[in-house]
Write a protein that binds this ligand. Structure first.
Ligand code: ATP
Ligand code: MG
Length: 365
């Protein structure tokens, strides 16, 4: 069996605490001979700025380009508020996404059975919830030019952002969505605004074409992005895979996040094209949440989003859905046993970050 190279970039704040818990699991899987991982750990974000004067070094980017998968903890914090725009810790994340060209951001929204009764949730809406949002991550209105604020003759200003999508960009994200749907419940919902946007018209057209030509057995529906937001709140279980552009995906995935109980529960994967060095897709795995400076260093962070990101890697980078399922089952069981970090304790007794990691490991064993 081959050994896979993982690059671990814990980053700042709770990033280092949750990465430690994930690493317990990669070490155990390797020791058991279930799958072999070789890990290398390096600095990113504020930690890298402090050591090297830049939030991500060329050496780290070079390592990322050779790795079978990259794992990020989280970056940022008040300590780096004044380092300037180019050196802000978040710039590291944008550079890694761009250099790996991870254009497909996958965000599952799963409501674990033990959290269905959480005070913030409506049980009938979220029981059994399992949605996957596939967001285009490297194009669209966040990236395209012109992007500017100009002063007009009368002294007032004009701000411009530009929404552009090409056939190729839509095709590749659509393929990812259809392929994932085939591994799930065989349904893709494509969200755009073809009623008011040219990019929405092309989006709908290309997604339809890709579906018809390559994935005729997958059910495809088109939904206007605003209606999609409403449906996510009203009746979320109607969705399986939602594919959408960068801007709508940003918003819709945050809406979906609220259906799961806590930010500390949500993993993500960002996938690109096949890496010629590894023969696998470029892949960056990270929790959806940030560095949580308010609880950093207190052993209070929930490591399940990070551990869930490892499960995604097992499934999407290493074709080990069997191990991913075991790990996800361990998370489900730990929650069912009543083990809770503070963010999901609903005011009840909570355990620390490391105890939560240990509990998942014990459950795996
Ligand atoms: P970013 O801009 O980096 O996304 P943010 O300000 O949006 O950061 P987070 O750092 O994600 O926010 O934190 C938002 C809130 O959620 C904070 O109160 C934080 O403590 C909490 N939080 C985030 N992640 C976790 C976690 N893994 N466990 C427990 N609480 C968390
Ligand atoms: Mg945030």
């Amino acid at each position: 069996m081959s050994t896979y190279k993982l690059l671990l970039l814990p980053g700042d704040g709770i990033g280092t605490e949750i990465m430690r818990e994930m690493e317990k699991i990669t070490q155990w899987l390797t020791a058991q001979g279930i799958i072999f991982f070789e890990t290398e750990t390096d600095l990113v974000g504020g930690a890298s700025y402090d050591a090297h004067g830049t939030p991500v070094t060329d050496a780290v980017v070079a390592q990322a380009l050779k790795a079978d998968a990259v794992f990020m903890g989280a970056v940022g914090g008040p300590k780096w508020a004044d380092v300037g725009f180019a050196n802000r810790p978040e710039a590291a994340l944008l550079r890694l996404r761009a250099d790996l060209d991870v254009f497909a951001n996958l965000r599952p929204a799963i409501c674990y059975p033990a959290l269905v009764g959480a005070s913030s949730l409506k049980p009938e809406l979220v029981e059994g919830l399992d949605i996957l949002i596939v967001r285009e991550l490297t194009s669209g209105v966040y990236f395209r030019e012109p992007k500017e604020i100009v002063t007009l003759e009368d002294g007032s200003k004009r701000a411009t952002d530009t929404q552009i999508y090409t056939t190729g960009e839509i095709e590749r994200i659509a393929k990812v969505a259809f392929e994932l749907a085939q591994q799930r419940r065989n349904k893709v919902s494509s969200a755009e605004k073809h009623n008011v946007m040219a990019s929405g018209i092309l989006w709908k057209q290309i997604v339809t074409q890709v579906g018809k030509e390559l994935y005729p057995s997958v059910e495809l529906e088109h939904v206007l992005a605003d209606n999609c937001a409403m449906q996510l709140v009203r009746q979320p279980k109607q969705f399986d895979v939602i594919v959408t552009d960068n801007l709508f995906g940003d918003i819709l995935s945050d809406v979906a996040a609220m259906l799961t109980g806590s930010l500390g529960m949500l993993p993500s994967a960002s996938l690109g094209n096949t890496n010629p060095v590894t023969g696998r897709r470029f892949a960056l795995y990270e929790p959806v949440h940030g560095s949580a400076p308010d609880i950093a260093g207190q052993n209070a962070a929930n490591p399940l989003a990070m551990i869930g990101s490892l499960a995604m890697a097992l499934r999407y980078s290493f074709d080990r859905g069997d191990v991913a399922e075991k790990l996800e089952k361990a998370i489900i069981n730990v929650l069912a046993n009543g083990t809770r970090t503070r963010d999901i304790a609903d005011g009840a007794q909570a355990v620390g970050t490391s105890a939560m990691g240990d509990a998942v490991l014990a459950e795996l064993q």
